[in-house]
Design a protein around this ligand. Structure first.
Ligand code: GDD
Ligand code: MN
Length: 398
């Protein structure tokens, strides 16, 4: 019972640590849809919004939805006003953040305590017309992983924006398309802050948004297979004021660049290649020494020199290529585990290498050296990727 109704009207605890949404709700729950509403100085809008949302959702979902207001300690005490609405709207939950700030992180913090299996985000200032929510919900029910309210498809638009604002908005989108085409190009309105997404699509993914555009993060890091859009008219603000300043444009660019770096880790890959090159030098020179100076057998020399090269590569990669990921994994035990895993990955890479050369040469009749080159390229990439995903990944729970 207390799961459904917020009996004591208490504020939600603010999650701390990384911005990862858990795969399951904190406790088994009948809730289907959880909508996060970020607020900052929205005291004049909050009651209207909550009443409209409940009026719309009650007939469709009865008590199987929740509204999670995440307020950043607004000086107009939005959180307090929201809290006072709970007795009237039992689906409402309120979080007051003191230490953290920002629209996007507010949305994620809300989702972290959410109990539903579909998450939503909507602005509190009524610029996002609540009615559209039902259409978004329909799209999710039809199988979409992500349903976005868009200003840039049929039935969509902006109320009375001047030409300057339109150019700025479109400019930001074009900039996004050049920096991150794969993400920004996925939807017609990547700047939208009005959407629904399935928990499954983003659970376990470390979200790392800056500023306003949480949808970029959801598309970029989430596992979105089916995506649908619903047109809407971005309404004019009636009460309160927008918090957008030049800072948000800078943050947007920063966010795009950060996302690109982590989705296409070019710099990291180049480091990995450089380390690989040192490994090659170590491998060949040691092999030469063992053979000619110490007269060791061929197989022994090859294994020994390869192992030393693997250790060399591991040390550099751990200290340099994947530094950001290895540093939080403290202690020599974890270090040793990483070394063993690196060895295993290299061994698997070697097997893959031999297999590829054989397939290319024997089955596809590719020239021997070309076959070897292709195999090296594929295995290098494979090694890099597996190491990134398995080895130096940040495993953080809760
Ligand atoms: N918790 C929290 N913390 N909420 C915030 C913060 C913050 O730092 N800054 C803004 N908000 C809340 C506002 O109270 C409002 O509910 C919502 O986030 C949007 O903020 P606005 O300041 O009204 O921004 P806008 O109207 O320019 O908004 C938007 O642009 C897009 C379309 O261009 C974005 O907010 C998108 O959601 C929107 O679709
Ligand atoms: Mn607004």
């Amino acid at each position: 019972m207390s799961d459904r109704v917020n009996l004591n009207n208490s504020l939600l605890l603010v999650p701390v640590g990384s911005l990862i949404v858990p795969a399951h709700p904190p406790a088994p729950s009948p809730i289907l849809l959880s909508i996060a509403i970020p607020t900052y100085k929205e005291s004049q809008n909050i009651e209207t919004l909550v009443s409209k949302l409940c009026y719309l959702l009650d007939p469709v979902l009865r008590d199987r939805y929740e509204l999670i207001i995440v307020d950043d300690d607004s000086p107009d005490r939005t959180w307090e006003i929201a809290q006072s609405l709970i007795p009237q709207y039992p689906q409402l939950r309120v979080m007051r953040r003191i230490e953290e700030r920002g629209l996007s992180t507010a949305v994620v913090r809300g989702w972290q305590v959410a109990r539903g299996f579909v998450f939503g985000a909507i602005d509190a200032d009524l610029q996002h017309p609540p009615e559209i929510l039902l259409q978004l919900w329909e799209e999710i029910k039809k199988g979409a992983d992500l349903a976005v309210a868009s200003r840039h498809i049929e039935e969509g638009g902006v109320s009375d924006w001047n030409i300057f604002r339109r150019i700025l908005s479109r400019g930001a989108q074009i900039l996004g398309l050049t920096i991150l085409p794969g993400v920004v190009g996925r939807v017609s309105d990547p700047m939208s802050g009005y959407f629904l997404v399935k928990r499954d699509a983003i659970a376990g993914k470390p979200l790392d948004p800056i500023g306003y555009k949480i949808l970029l993060e959801v598309i970029g890091r989430g596992d979105i297979r089916c995506c649908r859009e619903v047109g809407y008219i971005f309404q004019e603000r009636q009460e309160g004021e927008s918090k957008v300043t030049a800072k948000q444009y800078l943050e947007y660019i920063q966010h795009l660049l950060r996302l690109r770096r982590s989705l296409w880790p070019v710099e990291r890959f180049l480091r990995f290649i450089a380390v690989g090159a040192t490994g090659l030098v170590v491998d060949l020179s040691l092999f030469y020494l063992l053979r000619t100076e110490w007269g060791l057998g061929l197989t022994r020399s090859a294994i020994l020199s390869a192992e030393v090269a693997i250790i060399n590569n591991f040390l550099w990669n751990d200290l340099w290529t994947y530094r950001d990921k290895s540093r939080p994994q403290k202690g020599w035990k974890k270090w040793f585990k990483r070394l063993l895993k690196f060895n295993a990955i290299c061994l698997a890479g070697l097997i893959l290498n031999v297999l590829l050369v054989n397939i290319l040469y024997n089955l596809l009749h590719v020239n021997e050296y070309a076959a070897k080159l292709i195999a090296i390229a594929v295995v290098t990439f494979w090694n890099f990727w597996i190491n990134l995903k398995l080895q130096w990944r940040t495993t953080e729970i809760g």
